[in-house]
Design a protein around this ligand. Structure first.
Ligand SMILES: NC(=O)c1ccc[n+]([C@@H]2O[C@H](COP(=O)([O-])OP(=O)(O)OC[C@H]3O[C@@H](n4cnc5c(N)ncnc54)[C@H](OP(=O)(O)O)[C@@H]3O)[C@@H](O)[C@H]2O)c1
Length: 235
């Protein structure tokens, strides 16, 4: 597809990977709206990007419905949904609190589903569209302490396959992008240590590049799943 003049909605575009994806799409000439829950962070990001801000929590159905109302007040159609909003709780199974587990699934799984459902209704009508789900290498193999986060990304990967099967007849491309470790706020939010500067680890821009490349392929085809590793990461 040609990104020039296309319209994209990036959830969690106020930080990290989502911010970088929004930035890349805008540089390629797309009109972009970003979502997030923290008003200050969203305002700062949308100003820096020149993107349209939508203050919304993807895990809340009324917020999702309002997001699309606000989007279509600003833009007359949507071409690309990037389901990027997400976070992790990393804890052993025996210490897993129900509330933490449900919070992760509410955003990473239910939120992605709600956002995709509304996009799919629009895309089916237009017989055209793209859904990019930001998975993780946590979507392809399990690990200790991964019950909530890895489980949610496995679920996202499963939904990706279902949506792909349902939506291909309407010319909708559903793509999963699986980053390995990227230098963002993700680790701090999950209560994990991460050095801020490390030239051997991935940046948001690397994932943005992968997303953009996948989208720019001719609409005749698409890459179903794309995994991005750092070449030789050092701690
Ligand atoms: N960083 C990594 O190493 C890594 C690796 C693989 C995959 N990923 C995935 O990449 C995606 C982005 O993560 P990141 O690394 O860029 O982390 P980040 O810097 O913490 O960004 C997360 C973004 O999601 C938003 N968000 C979280 N929950 C939300 C909700 N319920 N509704 C709306 N927005 C929400 C946050 O804004 P608010 O808090 O203001 O809502 C923020 O903009 C996630 O899906 C993550 O699982 C990250």
């Amino acid at each position: 597809m040609d990104l020039k003049g296309a319209t994209a909605l990036v959830t969690g575009g106020s930080s990290g990977i989502g911010f970088a994806i929004a930035n890349g799409l805008m540089a390629a000439g797309a009109n972009v709206a970003i979502t997030g829950r923290d008003q200050k962070r969203l305002a700062a990001a949308s100003q820096a990007l020149g993107a349209h801000p939508i203050l919304a929590d993807v895990s809340k159905e009324p917020d999702v419905l309002r997001s699309y109302r606000e989007l279509f007040q600003q833009f007359d159609h949507l071409d690309i949904l990037v389901n990027n909003a997400g976070f992790g709780v990393i804890a052993p199974l025996v210490e897993m609190e129900l509330a933490s587990f449900e919070r992760v699934f509410a955003t990473n799984v239910t939120g992605a589903m709600l956002m995709a459902r509304e996009a799919a209704r629009h895309f089916i009508e237009r017989k055209s569209g793209n859904i990019v789900n930001i998975g993780s290498t946590a979507a392809v193999r399990g690990a200790a302490k991964g019950t909530a986060y890895y489980g949610s990304k496995f679920a996202l990967r499963g939904m990706t396959e279902c949506w792909r099967a349902e939506l291909r007849p309407f010319n909708v491309r559903v793509i999963l992008v699986n980053p390995s470790e990227v230098l963002t706020d993700f680790y701090a939010t999950a209560g994990l240590p991460q050095a801020a500067e490390n030239p051997t680890k991935l940046h948001g821009d690397d994932i943005a590049h992968a997303v953009q490349s996948a989208l720019e392929m001719d609409d005749r085809g698409f890459i179903t799943e794309l995994t991005v590793f750092a070449t030789n990461p050092k701690d």
